[in-house]
Design a protein around this ligand. Structure first.
Ligand SMILES: Cc1ncc(COP(=O)(O)O)c(C=O)c1O
Length: 395
C-alpha cells in the first residue's frame, strides 16, 4: 500500500535555507526563512522567556494534559495583548479564545470554524499572500478568491484595486487580512485604509479573518494592532489567528491562539465549543510549554516589561537595518530603494527578477527567494556592504 507514494519535493524556502547552510563560501548571506536573527545571525531566546522557563521547570509538578482550550493566563494575556485593554468586545465578553499549536494551528482552527458556519465560504486572499495559507485553509475544503494588493511598480499597496476586488466579497465570504508586517511584501494598510475595509465588511457582510503573526515587529505592539482593533470595534464578527513565534521567539514551542470576536457572549462560547471539537479531530490537545511561558510573561509585570523592552529593541534594529540597507543600495546602484524603509516587519521584495535572484545565489552566495523576498533581519553589520554590492552588481 505505502510503496505507491512518491517522494515529494522539499519545502522550497526550507530547501533554500539548507542550501545556504551547505554553501562553503564564508561570505554567504541567508535572507530566506522568516525568523528573526540578531547581529550574530542567531535567533535568540528572550530573557523573559528564559526566566519564565526557569521558574516553570522549578515549579511544574505535572505533565497532565492542558485544559482543552489552553492555559487561562495565556488566553487572558493574549486577548489583552491583541485587542488592547480598552477593547469593548472584551468588556462585553464577546471574545472566545482557544490556544493552538502556533499561528498555523490557529489559522487552521479558524478555517474549521468558517467551514462549519458556511461550507461554501470563499476565502479572499491578497495577491501575493503567505503560500502556507492555501494548504492551511484549503485542506478544510474552503475555496479561494484573490484580491489585488501589492503593486510591484510602486512597491506599495494598490488600495484602489484591493477595494475594487473586495466589492465582490459578500456575506458568507471571509477576507483574510495580514494584521501587520505583510508576508511576503512588507506593505501594510494605513489606519485610514483599515477603516475603509472595516466599512466594507459592515456594509457587505463579509467576515474579516486577520492573520496576526508579527505584532510588535513593525512599529511596536500597540501601533501594529491599531488596524486590527479598529476592525474589531466596528465589525461584529472577526476571526483572529495570533502567534507568539516571532514576537516572543517561541517558534519551536508552537504557541498561538485563535480568537473569535462574536455578536454576544453566548455565541463566543458556542464558537469555543466548536473550536474544541475541531481541535479534537486534528491534534486533540494543545502543546503546553510555550503557552505556559507566554502566560507567565503576560501575567507578570516585571517579565512583561522585560519582554516588551527586548521586543522594542528588535523592532528598532529591524527598522535600523531597513534604513541602512536602503542607503547602501541607493549609494551603490543610484536607484530609489526608499520602499525598503517604508515597508514594515521582516520582509520586503527587492524587486529583482528570478534570474537576478538566481545570479545572486550562484555568483555571490546571497540567498533570497526567487521572488526576491528578503528577510531583513538576516542583514547585519558584517554582511550589509557585501549584500548591497552584490545586489547592485546584478541590477
Ligand atoms: C503570515 C504568517 N502567518 C502565520 C504564521 C504562523 O507561524 P507559526 O505557526 O510558526 O506561529 C507565519 C509564520 O511564518 C506567517 O508568516
Amino acid at each position: 500500500m505505502l510503496d505507491k507514494l512518491e517522494r515529494l519535493p522539499a519545502d522550497s524556502i526550507l530547501g533554500l535555507a539548507a542550501a545556504c547552510r551547505a554553501d562553503p563560501n564564508p561570505s554567504r548571506v541567508d535572507l530566506t526563512i522568516g525568523i528573526y536573527m540578531d547581529e550574530q545571525g542567531l535567533c535568540p531566546v528572550f530573557d523573559a522567556v528564559r526566566q519564565a522557563q526557569q521558574a516553570l521547570v522549578a515549579e511544574e509538578v505535572t505533565k497532565a494534559y492542558m485544559p482543552p482550550a489552553g492555559d487561562e493566563a495565556f488566553i487572558q494575556g493574549m486577548q489583552r495583548l491583541v485587542l488592547g485593554d480598552g477593547s469593548s468586545a472584551l468588556r462585553d465578553k464577546r471574545v472566545g479564545g482557544v490556544q493552538a499549536p502556533g499561528g498555523c494551528g490557529a489559522l487552521r482552527i479558524g478555517a474549521e470554524i468558517v467551514r462549519a458556519a458556511a461550507p461554501d465560504a470563499r476565502v479572499w486572499v491578497s495577491d501575493p499572500t503567505w503560500p502556507v495559507h492555501f494548504p492551511l485553509l484549503g485542506s478544510v475544503g474552503l475555496t479561494f478568491e484573490t484580491y489585488r494588493y501589492y503593486d510591484p511598480s510602486s512597491h506599495g499597496v494598490d488600495f484602489d484595486a484591493m477595494v475594487e476586488d473586495l466589492k465582490q466579497a459578500v456575506s458568507g465570504d471571509v477576507v483574510l487580512l495580514h494584521g501587520c508586517c505583510h508576508n511576503p511584501c512588507g506593505a501594510d494598510l494605513s489606519l485610514q485604509q483599515w477603516g475603509v475595509i472595516a466599512g466594507m465588511a459592515q456594509q457587505q457582510g463579509f467576515t474579516p479573518f486577520i492573520d496576526f503573526a508579527y505584532q510588535g515587529l513593525g512599529d511596536g505592539l500597540e501601533q501594529d494592532a491599531a488596524g486590527l482593533r479598529l476592525v474589531v470595534e466596528r465589525v461584529p464578527e472577526v476571526i483572529i489567528a495570533a502567534s507568539c513565534s516571532k514576537n516572543m521567539g517561541l517558534y519551536r514551542e508552537r504557541t498561538g491562539i485563535a480568537l473569535f470576536v462574536c455578536r454576544d457572549e453566548a455565541n463566543a462560547q458556542a464558537l469555543v465549543s466548536q473550536a474544541l471539537v475541531a481541535a479534537r479531530r486534528i491534534y486533540s490537545m494543545p502543546p503546553a510549554h510555550g503557552a505556559l511561558l507566554a502566560g507567565r510573561i503576560l501575567r507578570s509585570e516585571t517579565l512583561e516589561a522585560s519582554w516588551r523592552g527586548e521586543l522594542e529593541a528588535m523592532c528598532q534594529r529591524i527598522n535600523g537595518l531597513r534604513s541602512g540597507l536602503r542607503q547602501k543600495l541607493e549609494d551603490r546602484s543610484g536607484r530609489d530603494f526608499g520602499f525598503i524603509q517604508r515597508e514594515k516587519g521582516m520582509f520586503s521584495f527587492l524587486g529583482l527578477s528570478p534570474e537576478q535572484a538566481l545570479r545572486l545565489r550562484r555568483e555571490y552566495s546571497v540567498y533570497m527567494l526567487d521572488s526576491s523576498r528578503i528577510n531583513v533581519a538576516g542583514v547585519n553589520a558584517r554582511n550589509i556592504d557585501y549584500l548591497a554590492t552584490a545586489v547592485a552588481a546584478v541590477l
